[in-house]
Design a protein around this ligand. Structure first.
Ligand SMILES: NC(=O)C1=CN([C@@H]2O[C@H](COP(=O)(O)OP(=O)(O)OC[C@H]3O[C@@H](n4cnc5c(N)ncnc54)[C@H](O)[C@@H]3O)[C@@H](O)[C@H]2O)C=CC1
Ligand SMILES: O=C(O)[C@H]1O[C@H](OP(=O)(O)OP(=O)(O)OC[C@H]2O[C@@H](n3ccc(=O)[nH]c3=O)[C@H](O)[C@@H]2O)[C@H](O)[C@@H](O)[C@@H]1O
Length: 453
């Protein structure tokens, strides 16, 4: 099939590359000329494991093209995917300006029947709005509008796209449903379902999935906060409940809050939509409040440990800047908030991340930049620091076994926002180790090691 993807961000680039790899002829369109030039030279602007191999193959075999010219790309397409940004507007409402601008351009370009697919995360009713925008300029026989939300995760995007647990297709048109089913059949060979439903349910499914996952994480963060108060261990509680298949093992890891480009904005957006329809979505109100506090909960622990909120004269190492491992994306990353809070309290930072130093530098404040030295290895971030703060669970941070820290650090004090290390080993190694929802180790007057299984 001839596929045109409009918007070559995370979703557009991964979708376009994977569709090309399954034998389609794909043209990706973006208004960012510099990005398109780089992509045409074979340079991928994001770090995403496994993408490069498929991308190179697609370009080499002539099935993956990039352009800024929307006209030709849409005219030749059987299917047009909209993979455009839908950032939060001022009040939390999703900003649909990119989607509606492109929708307004499409009508005049359709010559033969084309399926217009919205892959962006958009509020309920957007498929209708896109249909109306196109219908103003094109015969209704010439197109259908489909909602096809994307569930990939950054850092695992290629696998998620190639082997989706489900594909959701929202359309009331049988013709469009058949085309979408044919397109996705190679991706669900393992028997996972393509679920066809109406457009509105499909649009809401995307928000419901993200809001449910954000709620699950937040629930565990609250359990962790209780664990800290009653002397329990959230790892044990997680194992104890996760083995119940009704609850499930995944997305139960307590930490320093969820970040990224989607959970925060999508929770806000569905909360806003509910409010627009006269419904107060109370649970999501709490999820947002708890998550805000959780992002900087580690700073509160540091204040308790030092007995002051004045960190002047202290230097902290920071491991991990991205919002999660295997990505250089720092959007809504807890590390941004933690760095800001530490610098506000007078600290200096030595920061390391395997991939996200560049993106972090662009996003953080001048004040943080002035007080931060970025280093190129985890080891360098341990030099002459008062304590290490762990913000992202990159695998390489698990490698120096916890026993090594005592030899490598001036003060073996670790504040771990991601629960990387075993408590009893930290205790034996003589490290002061304060993590999330677990008893603190080697801290005078604080609870000691709990009951590790
Ligand atoms: N990032 C992720 O992991 C996921 C994102 N989503 C959703 O997918 C949508 C896109 O997200 P990302 O790929 O992260 O966005 P992004 O912000 O990384 O990229 C969007 C791209 O669209 C381009 N663009 C903007 N206006 C344009 C226009 N008028 N014409 C052509 N190109 C234009 C931008 O230059 C940029 O390259 C959002 O609605 C998001 O919520 C859904 C699932 C996963
Ligand atoms: O709509 C989207 O953009 C995507 O949002 C999330 O994907 P992503 O944001 O890439 O990353 P996740 O792996 O979901 O992690 C999100 C945040 O939750 C945190 N998290 C995750 C899992 C967990 O157990 N605990 C936890 O704190 C992570 O550290 C991270 O900050 C969803 O998982 C995807 O299905 C969805 O397509």
């Amino acid at each position: 099939m001839n596929i045109t993807v409009i918007g070559t961000g995370y979703v557009g680039l991964v979708s376009g590359t994977c569709f090309a790899d399954s034998g389609n002829n794909v043209t990706c369109v973006d208004i960012n000329e510099e990005k398109v030039n780089q992509l045409n030279k074979g340079n991928i602007p994001i770090y995403e494991p496994g993408l490069e191999t498929l991308f190179d193959r697609g370009q080499r075999e002539g099935r993956l093209h990039f352009t800024t010219e929307i006209e030709g790309a849409v005219r030749q397409a059987d299917i047009v995917f909209l993979c455009l940004p839908t950032p939060p507007g001022g009040d939390g409402q999703a900003d649909l300006s990119a989607v509606m601008t492109v929708a307004g351009q499409l009508g005049g370009l359709l010559e033969d029947y084309t399926v217009i697919v919205n892959k962006s995360t958009v509020p309920v009713g957007t498929a209708d709005r896109v249909r109306q925008a196109i219908a103003g300029q094109a015969d209704e026989e010439l197109f259908d509008v489909v909602s096809n939300p994307e569930f990939l995760r950054e850092g695992a995007a290629v696998d998620d796209f190639m082997y989706p647990e489900r594909v959701v297709v929202g359309t009331s048109s049988e013709r469009a449903a058949d085309i979408m089913t044919t397109l996705y059949e190679p991706f669900v060979r393992s028997g996972n379902p393509i679920i066809v439903m109406d457009e509105r349910s499909s649009e809401l499914t995307k928000y419901a999935a993200n809001a449910m996952l954000a709620t699950k994480i937040t629930f565990m963060n609250e359990i962790a906060n209780i664990c800290e108060r009653v002397g329990a261990n959230v790892d044990n509680v997680r194992r104890g409940i996760g083995t119940d298949s009704r609850i499930g093992k995944r997305f139960l890891f307590a930490g320093i809050g969820y970040g990224g480009s989607c959970f925060p904005k999508d929770v806000q957006a569905i909360h806003y939509t509910a409010g627009q329809h006269g419904y107060d979505f109370k649970i999501l109100d709490s999820v947002m409040k708890v998550n805000e506090a959780q992002k900087v909960s580690i700073v509160k622990k540091m204040e308790d440990y030092y007995g002051t909120d004045d960190f002047s004269g202290k230097q902290f190492g920071m491991w991990g800047l991205s919002f999660k491992p295997e990505t250089d994306d720092i959007r809504e990353a807890p590390a941004l908030y933690i760095a800001e809070a530490l610098v506000e309290r007078g600290a200096k930072l030595l920061a390391y991340d395997p991939e996200a130093i560049g993106t972090f530098r662009q996003a953080t404040s001048r004040q943080v930049l002035d007080q931060t030295t970025f280093v190129h290895s985890q080891q360098e971030a341990l030099d002459d620091i008062d304590a290490l703060v762990i913000c992202t669970e990159w695998n390489e941070f698990r490698r120096p076994t916890v026993d090594n820290f005592a030899n490598n650090m001036k003060q073996p004090v670790i504040f771990d926002g991601r629960n990387l290390y075993d408590l009893s080993r930290a205790e034996k190694a003589g490290i002061t180790y304060i993590s999330v929802g677990r008893p603190s180790v080697n801290v005078p007057d604080m609870a000691t090691t709990g009951n590790e299984v």
